[in-house]
Ligand binder design. Sequence first.
Ligand SMILES: [Cu+2]
Length: 124
Amino acid sequence: MRTLLGLTLLFLTLPGCKKDQAAVTPAVETAKPAGTQKTVVMSVTDEGFVPSNVTVKANEPVTLVITRKTEETCATEILIDGTDIKTALPLNQAVEVAWTPTKAGAVKFGCAMDKMIGGVLLVE
Ligand SMILES: [Cu+2]
């Protein structure tokens, strides 16, 4: 009994937990706006869309918040396969693209040039 209590106290008072968590929290988490809708934060860099592979859930609305950070790309707009979505990506401006996937599978997205610069939204 005494040992159990000691262990519990040890865990409760364990230092550094919060700090560690903050250090590894990705931008996706910190940039989440109020509300229940899932948000995925993306950038367009010289490497293309970052991240380029994103997992989302069928029938759950998701908002891609995309900021193009380079002129050295032809991804000045985003298109998503199988949708009417075609949204301009002005430089250094966060643009919200709302989408609700309806069925599981891999959905390509990317630039207007046949999504040569792009990635995959994996719908589960
Ligand atoms: Cu392109």
